[in-house]
Design a protein around this ligand. Structure first.
Ligand code: ADP
Ligand code: MG
Length: 457
């Protein structure tokens, strides 16, 4: 993450977390540095330094921890009038370039807003979402919703098993809006938060007033992101209230994004009214990531960690954790911690030792891919390997070549050698299938089934 952005977010969160009387000391703080979890800031006010140190040190460290995700965060505040002045000049320059003042204010408000309701994770941006065959559609539609809210897919309903990136994609809409369209107000809420807020309306104080506050909080916005809606099932009153929130926002032309671990039709205790509403926009599924995506995800992590590693080790991890990205990341972190503590390179031997996974089958061979594809299309494997021309055989051959490239990461040259064909012929076949896949349902199905038969997924 860009350092200045990080600092802006820390500042915004401090403003929302600390009492009003501390704000005058927060605003003039200038970023001086950030190293190994320690955030250093400079102020031209000696009193500001003393009061923040004395009264709010712990809270400030907590905020830095939350935003950076680094448990060893610390905070140093230095009093230096000249340094504060020159740093201010610099940061003013940066800010002028970035956005107009009004927009910035709204961005800050949005940030505080999102954070107050959630553990907003700075990692959950579009830029950090690895895209590949299995999640491209979900990524594209979500991005298009961020770019043009309430114009295309409303509501956008993202569903899929746990740990596949639903929260990540959803929060990416929030981050995108904050940084690119900051005039809009965006709110992220877990269903749980919504539920608790709703329950507490009747708990204390004036219920009518509380209700109006509640409505304002959830409908006076441009984009609402509701995470894990499945927890609403069976809660009759909350469901009715959600219907009201939904209709209010929808009728005002506001964007609604929802995630769930299931489709509405698989939630028997959801009211029919809500079910219909959730289904009336676009529903998109996140499926387990293919090998290439898994590999890229941990490669990015390894690079961000400034870690010495071998691709072989990463491939081993990616191969053994295929169902859930959260578990994949967990496995990587475990190995990574071990490598750091023992001051060793993350290589295959270390990964195996730490994870102790059951050996799954060896790398799938080109031959096996050709065999399974031939069987799927009910053609002779010799025809796939040869030059026979019929439509069925050609498709089978092209697909087999395509899968060889996708599954094994072998080079075009070595695939060409295996098929005894020209390099360009292989590339052509690969490209052809790649283009046709999104258009031809039967091809897509064939890819899925053959991969399954190869136990690749
Ligand atoms: P869900 O909400 O579906 O349970 P999350 O969005 O919490 O899943 O994702 C779990 C973890 O996996 C997060 O750390 C997230 O950043 C990561 N993740 C999931 N998919 C991807 C992806 N395509 N690229 C990068 N990280 C991903
Ligand atoms: Mg989630």
């Amino acid at each position: 993450m860009e350092l200045n952005q990080f600092w802006e977010q820390v500042k915004a969160e401090l403003i929302s977390a600390l009492p009003d009387n501390a704000h005058p000391w927060i605003y003039p703080l200038e970023l001086s540095g950030y190293d190994k979890g320690v955030l250093t800031v400079v102020t031209g006010q000696a009193m500001g330094r003393d009061l923040l140190r004395k009264n709010h040190y712990r809270q400030i460290v907590e905020v830095i921890k939350n935003i950076s995700g680094n448990p060893n965060s610390d905070f140093v505040i230095i009093y230096d009038v000249n340094a504060a002045k020159s740093l201010k000049k610099e940061s003013d320059k940066i800010q002028k370039k970035a956005t107009a003042a009004v927009q910035k204010e709204q961005a800050m408000e949005n940030l505080a807003y999102m954070q107050s309701a959630s553990n907003l994770n700075l990692k959950y941006k579009f830029e950090n979402f690895v895209v590949g065959e299995s999640n491209e559609f979900a990524y594209k539609v979500t991005k298009s919703v961020a770019e043009a809210p309430a114009q295309k897919f409303n509501p956008l309903f993202i569903y899929g098993n746990s740990g596949l990136g639903k929260t990540h994609l959803m929060q990416a809409v929030g981050h995108y809006t904050i940084f690119n369209n900051s005039k809009l107000k965006v709110k992220y809420t877990k269903l749980e938060d919504y539920l608790n807020d709703f329950i507490s309306i009747n708990r204390s104080g004036n219920a009518v007033e509380n209700m109006s506050k509640f409505n304002k909080k959830y409908t006076n916005i441009d984009i609402i992101l509701i995470d894990d809606i499945q927890f609403i099932e069976g809660k009759k009153k909350t469901m009715d209230q959600m219907q009201h929130t939904f209709d209010t926002l929808y009728n005002k032309g506001k964007q609604i994004v929802i995630t769930s671990d299931r489709m509405p039709k698989d939630m028997p205790d959801l009211t029919a009214a809500l079910s219909t509403r959730f289904e009336m926009g676009l529903m998109v599924e996140l499926t387990p990531p293919d090998f290439q995506i898994r590999f890229e995800i941990i490669k990015k992590l390894a690079q961000n960690n400034d870690l010495k590693y071998t691709d072989e080790a990463l491939k081993y991890i990616a191969k053994h954790f295929s169902k859930n990205v959260r578990e994949l990341e967990g496995a990587f972190n475990k190995v990574c911690a071990f490598a750091e503590i023992s001051e060793k390179e993350l290589d295959l031997q270390l990964a195996k030792k730490v994870l102790k996974c059951d050996e799954i089958e060896d790398d799938i061979s080109l031959e096996k891919i050709a065999q399974v594809t031939a069987k799927y299309y009910d053609v002779d494997i010799n025809d796939i390997m040869g030059t026979a021309r019929g439509a069925k055989v050609s498709t089978a051959r092209h697909l087999s070549i395509y899968l060889s490239r996708e599954i094994t990461n072998k080079s075009f040259a070595s695939i060409a050698e295996f098929y005894s064909k020209k390099h360009t012929t292989i590339m052509f076949a690969h490209e052809k299938i790649k283009k046709e896949l999104p258009l031809k349902k039967e091809l897509d199905e064939a890819v899925r089934e053959i991969k399954q038969a190869l136990k690749f997924i």
